[in-house]
Design a protein around this ligand. Structure first.
Ligand code: ZN
Length: 225
C-alpha cells in the first residue's frame, strides 16, 4: 500500500484536510517514516513533496517557512500543484502566472531547464489572453485598459478561487458602497452569459507582455561572464 491509499483509507482530503496518522499503520505498510525530536537551534529542512507532521513536546515557538528556491525541479512541482489545485478547485497560495511574469521581468535565469519552463508558461499565458481577448472583441465587448499600480496584488476569482491574470471580469456588488469583485471568465458567464453588467479590465497591453517575453533570455552564468 502507498501513502495515497493510506490517506484514502483514512478518508482524508489531501489538499484541505489534516491527518494525524497511526504510525503502526505506516510501519505495517512499509511507508518510510523518520521520527525525531528537534532540539533548540536545530533547523529541519523538508524537501518538496514530503508529507510531514509536527507535534510540540513542551512549550515552544513554532516557526516555519515555505521556501521556493528557483530551480527547475521546484518550478515544475509548483506548476503541477498549481494545476492540480485548479482541477480540485482549491486556491493556490502562490499565483504562478503572476509570479512567472514577475520572474521574467526582474530575475536573470541562468539554468536552461528553468528558463525553458518559465518561457513555456509565459507563452501559454499570452496565448490564453490573446484568444480570450479576440473572442471578447469579436462579440463586441468593450475592454477597458487599467494599468497595474505598484504592489497591486495578484487576483483570484471570487467564486472558484482560480488565479485571474491580466483580463479581469469585474462586477460591482453594491453600487453605493463601491465594492468591486473580480471573477474569472467562466464564473462571470455563469452570472451573465453575455457579460452584461460585467466590466472587463485589462491590466497589461499585449505588446507589453510580448516585450517582457522577448526580453526574457537565458542569462550567462556568473562564471562565464
Ligand atoms: Zn471562477
Amino acid at each position: 500500500m502507498c501513502l495515497c491509499a493510506c490517506l484514502c483509507q483514512a478518508r482524508v482530503d489531501y489538499l484541505t484536510g489534516s491527518w494525524w496518522p497511526v504510525l503502526e499503520d505506516l510501519y505495517g505498510t512499509g511507508i518510510p517514516v523518520y521520527r525525531f525530536i528537534q532540539r533548540p537551534g536545530d533547523l529541519v529542512w523538508i524537501n518538496a513533496g514530503t508529507v510531514h507532521w509536527v507535534q510540540a513536546v513542551g512549550w515552544c515557538n513554532n516557526i516555519a517557512w515555505n521556501v521556493g528556491p528557483l530551480n527547475s525541479y521546484q518550478y515544475q512541482l509548483a506548476l503541477e500543484r498549481y494545476e492540480w489545485n485548479q482541477v480540485k478547485k482549491v486556491k493556490s497560495i502562490v499565483p504562478m502566472i503572476h509570479v512567472s511574469w514577475n520572474v521574467a521581468r526582474t530575475i536573470k535565469i541562468t539554468d536552461l531547464d528553468t528558463h525553458k519552463m518559465i518561457k513555456h508558461c509565459l507563452l501559454q499565458s499570452m496565448k490564453h489572453i490573446q484568444v480570450l481577448r479576440d473572442q471578447l472583441v469579436a462579440s463586441g465587448k468593450k475592454i477597458s485598459y487599467q494599468s497595474r499600480v505598484e504592489d497591486e496584488p495578484a487576483y483570484y476569482c471570487n467564486e472558484c478561487d482560480v488565479e485571474v491574470f491580466d483580463l479581469l471580469f469585474v462586477t460591482s456588488e453594491s453600487s453605493s458602497r463601491k465594492t468591486y469583485v473580480v471573477h474569472c471568465e467562466d464564473c462571470a458567464r455563469l452570472h451573465s452569459p453575455t457579460l452584461s453588467g460585467v466590466v472587463v479590465l485589462e491590466q497589461y497591453r499585449i505588446e507589453q507582455l510580448m516585450s517582457i517575453y522577448d526580453s526574457f533570455t537565458l542569462a550567462l552564468p556568473p562564471s562565464s561572464r
